[in-house]
Design a protein around this ligand. Structure first.
Ligand code: 5RP
Length: 220
């Protein structure tokens, strides 16, 4: 089976967490696309979704799922999203798809964050996947210099403007031993909008699809 099939397994397992009559927070990416497909098959049982990107919004609406403004719904019971990496504490690197800011907002507004991924995403130490950072354009050089000071090698994601009108710097070569501390530190750099580290608010549940099914991990 392919990694995509493992993603699909994890995504379909997340449907068990969806409560009837609720509004669901929906992330972005190829794993989430499988979740949206599964959600479409039970769309009569939910009241709608809050989406983290235009791409997910289009997919949700195409399946007849109403997309609601976060400001109109308040706290969400559930957020389902993928990740680029997770450690055993369910601290994540996200933002490979560039939607990290809205993803972090919806995650923060949710009581439970269920992360769905294929088994290759589980790592001992975060950082092999370059850490995405959304930056106000005029701060590109400043933030890049600050990343170098911290041992990173920032690379501008060329041709990408986020849905918030900003750029993304991908920080390579970081061995992230203290994710929550680094998240706070990077968030404090002037011009940083969002760091793709989800460590201060990690996932609550990680569903990892693999060759023998879906492994469920809980936050410690
Ligand atoms: C998008 C994300 C995605 O969740 C992450 O990149 C994983 O993507 P995929 O499910 O395609 O492997 O953070 O910003």
């Amino acid at each position: 089976m392919s990694q995509d099939a493992y993603k699909q397994r994890a995504a379909e397992a997340a449907i068990e967490f969806v409560e009837s009559g609720s509004v669901i927070g929906v992330g972005t990416g190829s794993t989430v696309n499988h979740f949206i497909e599964a959600l479409g098959r039970m769309r009569q049982r939910i009241d709608g979704a809050v989406s983290s990107s235009e791409a997910s919004t289009r997919r949700l609406e195409a399946l007849g799922i109403e997309v609601l403004d976060l400001n109109s719904v308040g706290t969400l019971p559930l957020y389902v999203d993928g990740a680029d990496e997770s450690n055993a504490h369910l601290q994540l690197i996200k933002g490979g798809g560039g939607a990290l800011t809205r993803e972090k907002i919806v995650a923060a507004a949710s009581e439970r964050f269920v992360c769905i991924a294929d088994d290759a995403k589980l790592v001992d130490v975060l950082g092999a996947f370059p850490l995405p950072i959304e930056v106000i354009p005029m701060a590109q050089s400043l933030v890049a210099r600050e990343l170098v000071v911290r041992g990173g090698r920032p690379v501008l994601r060329t041709g990408v403007v986020t849905e918030n009108g900003n750029i993304i710097l991908d920080a390579h070569d970081l061995e992230i031993l203290q994710p929550a501390e680094l998240e706070s530190d990077l968030n404090d750099i002037a011009g940083v909008v969002t760091v793709g580290l989800f460590a201060r608010r990690p996932a609550d549940v990680l569903l990892l699809g693999g060759p023998s099914g879906v492994r469920q991990m809980q936050a410690d």
